[in-house]
Design a protein around this ligand. Structure first.
Ligand SMILES: Nc1ncnc2c1ncn2[C@@H]1O[C@H](COP(=O)(O)OP(=O)(O)O)[C@@H](O)[C@H]1O
Ligand SMILES: [Mg+2]
Length: 372
């Protein structure tokens, strides 16, 4: 198996209410693998096991039957407990059906930062924070740095030396400790010291702001109570909190449920945006138009099993999908089917694979002008 398969699920089964009259096989010998950097849609009727499946991915559910391998983390059925739970949660985050229910702190800031605080602030953020904070800290610690510097170079430098001219060559964080490689004029030297608690707070604040802004809310929201927000805003805050963990893989379980069309559109933009940042995405949805629009793969579930897998065009042109599930045709596919009924030359559209209205129209024009 090629190693771009970031998630592998092998023979996963899950029974609810085992040995009771309510016994139900929610996941039934599910095996599949999913490549990195793609948007993987999971669709299927209500109750087909979609949510149950994805709850296994970050260990919220653990089955004793079947194995899941997520990058370098193994969740093995034979082990009672998941090893490396923290790493797993940092690698893969779940955005629940109604993410706003995940909000529970007094301020939006604390809500956004809850994940990173619990799981450890991801290193990447330190690099993201502009050097302003670091420079400020250096200025605050200037005496100490000067001492280090002069101890080392006493013989060689003129004491009128102007520290303001320093350049940071390299910097490394570990916990609250920062090691900097500085250059002043021709001399480079290393200095290491503990960050003040408030600098760490400041870094975290920057993280909070960054993700809040990314989700279209300005800094003024940071100190507000999340419960005063509108539904759409709450959802954005909840997603900001998940993004702030900077997971490699994100799972969205019906992220647009209950949102108005503009909220739906925004959420889809977020998902496409995350893909362009190199993230791997799993999305459960009932909006077939969205699946067609940006899906790389589609897995159709039925009674805990895979009914079909393929790319969106393969899935949406397969009659089995419509006979075995209640899934509706994406609008674009429906239009193509109608066009083909009227004139077989439009069959070409199945090869051209338009994914939205605009593309469909331009493909139709090309066919009419005999350019394809
Ligand atoms: N915690 C649970 N206890 C018992 N049965 C459950 C539980 N969660 C889900 N189920 C059942 O498992 C099946 C699959 O549910 P789910 O994964 O939520 O489906 P989907 O997300 O595709 O709608 C359904 O029949 C559901 O009623
Ligand atoms: Mg569900």
């Amino acid at each position: 198996m090629s190693n771009d398969k970031i998630v592998q699920i092998k023979n996963l089964s899950l029974i609810f209410g085992k040995n009771t009259i309510n016994e139900l096989k929610a996941i039934d010998d599910f095996s599949s693998s999913f490549s990195q950097g793609n948007i993987h849609y999971i669709i299927g009727d209500s109750g087909s096991g979609k949510s149950t499946l994805v709850l296994h991915l970050n260990g919220l559910l653990k089955s004793s039957t079947g194995d899941i391998i997520i990058d370098d983390i193994e969740i093995l059925g034979k082990n009672k407990k998941i090893k490396k739970v923290k790493q797993l949660r940092r690698k893969i985050s779940l955005v629940f059906q109604y993410p706003e229910y995940q909000l529970f702190k007094d301020t939006i800031y604390n809500d956004i930062l809850f994940g990173p605080k619990a799981l450890g602030t991801p290193k990447i953020f330190y690099q993201d924070i502009n050097l302003k904070n670091i420079k400020k800290s250096i200025n605050e610690n200037i005496d100490m740095i000067l001492v280090t510097f002069f101890e080392k170079f006493e013989e060689k430098v003129d004491k009128e030396f102007f520290l303001k001219e320093y350049k940071i060559l390299k910097w490394k964080f570990k916990n609250n400790n920062v090691t900097l490689k500085l250059r002043i004029k021709n001399f480079s030297f290393k200095v290491s010291y503990f960050l003040k608690e408030n600098l760490l707070n400041e870094i975290e604040r920057e993280i909070g702001k960054k993700y809040l802004n990314k989700m279209g809310l300005d800094d003024s929201f940071l100190e507000r109570n999340p419960f005063g927000l509108s539904g759409g805003q709450k959802r954005r805050v909840a997603i900001a909190g998940i993004l702030s963990i900077d997971p490699e893989i994100l799972v969205f379980d019906e992220p647009t449920a209950g949102l108005d069309p503009s909220g739906e559109h925004e959420t889809m933009e977020i998902i496409s945006d995350l893909k362009s940042q190199g993230k791997t995405l799993f999305v459960i949805t009932h909006s077939m138009d969205q699946v067609l629009l940006n899906g790389d793969t589609v897995t159709v579930m039925e009674k805990g099993k895979i009914l079909l897998t393929g790319n969106p065009y393969e899935i949406f042109t397969n009659p089995i999908l419509y006979s075995k599930t209640k899934m509706e045709k994406p609008k674009v596919i429906e239009l193509i089917d109608q066009l083909v009924k009227g004139n077989s030359k439009f069959k070409k559209l199945y090869e051209l694979k338009p994914t939205n209205d605009k593309e469909l129209i331009s493909c139709i024009i090309q066919i009419l002008e005999r350019k394809v």
